[in-house]
Design a binder for this molecule. Sequence first.
Ligand SMILES: C[S@@+](CC[C@H](N)C(=O)[O-])C[C@H]1O[C@@H](n2cnc3c(N)ncnc32)[C@H](O)[C@@H]1O
Length: 275
Amino acid sequence: MTRPVPPVSPARVHAELLGGDSASPLDSAVVRRVTELAPWWPAAAWELHRDGLRLVAHLAAQGLDQFLDLGSGLPSPGRRQVHGLATAYSTSRHAARTVYVDRDPHAHVGRRISLADRTDAISVHADITDTEALLEHPAVQELDPQRPFVVLLHDVLHWMPGKAAAHLVADLRRRLPPGSLISFTHLLPAPPPYATTPLVRAYCEAGIGLSPRDLSVISAWSGSWPTYTNGPHTGAGLVPVCASLLRTPGPGPFSRPAFWSSSRCQVPRSTPSTR
Ligand SMILES: C[S@@+](CC[C@H](N)C(=O)[O-])C[C@H]1O[C@@H](n2cnc3c(N)ncnc32)[C@H](O)[C@@H]1O
């Protein structure tokens, strides 16, 4: 009897790109093809991941203590994780709490096993595009809705169709408690030497959709929320990636992460009643 071939797991491909082991030769073949067609991408993916973690430390040091890591992927063994940084850098009088969410069963189970002895984090298996169900999940309900959430969408939105990504950010803006922040990173279309067309092709051959989008499209997702945008580049150099940090409109300081050297704040002129 032949065993069914497991489908490619985007989460495992990503974990291997970040230097982890792969559980499937099929995933490794995708990593090889991606690296062949877009040799700049593994370093960029790593820098994106690392910059996301730096931002978590920055926000925890600002007193934010409730983190929702959407599309969290597999834990990288031996490396810092969101919950570890949220707890280590916390200046809050409340204990920091992280909820990891991924629809990939490998990511969810891997994360759950890695958190077995932790009380400051939990793994949830869910599709993040159903925000209503997500925010009603018992693990999310345990967060305090009177205090802000930090929603992380790091290296996630460009793997979704445009409508789903825009709807997800808009829905989060409507539903999150006052003072909440959304942090996301996104790939932009670019010519050589960081050409995105071959990168998209390599993933497409494996049945994985990847959509670099123009900054104008991504910026529109902020709606009426003041936003800092960093990029288009990361610490890896001029790679075509931008990071955005948006927060509910309202009084109170909103500080730019100091390590975002090129960031600029875009504050909408009018503040419509919808958040
Ligand atoms: C490239 S990984 C990013 C991992 C991590 N956020 C990081 O910064 O390294 C993208 C992850 O998003 C997850 N993902 C994509 N679409 C999703 C959805 N609709 N619901 C839940 N997870 C999703 C994938 O399963 C994958 O684990």
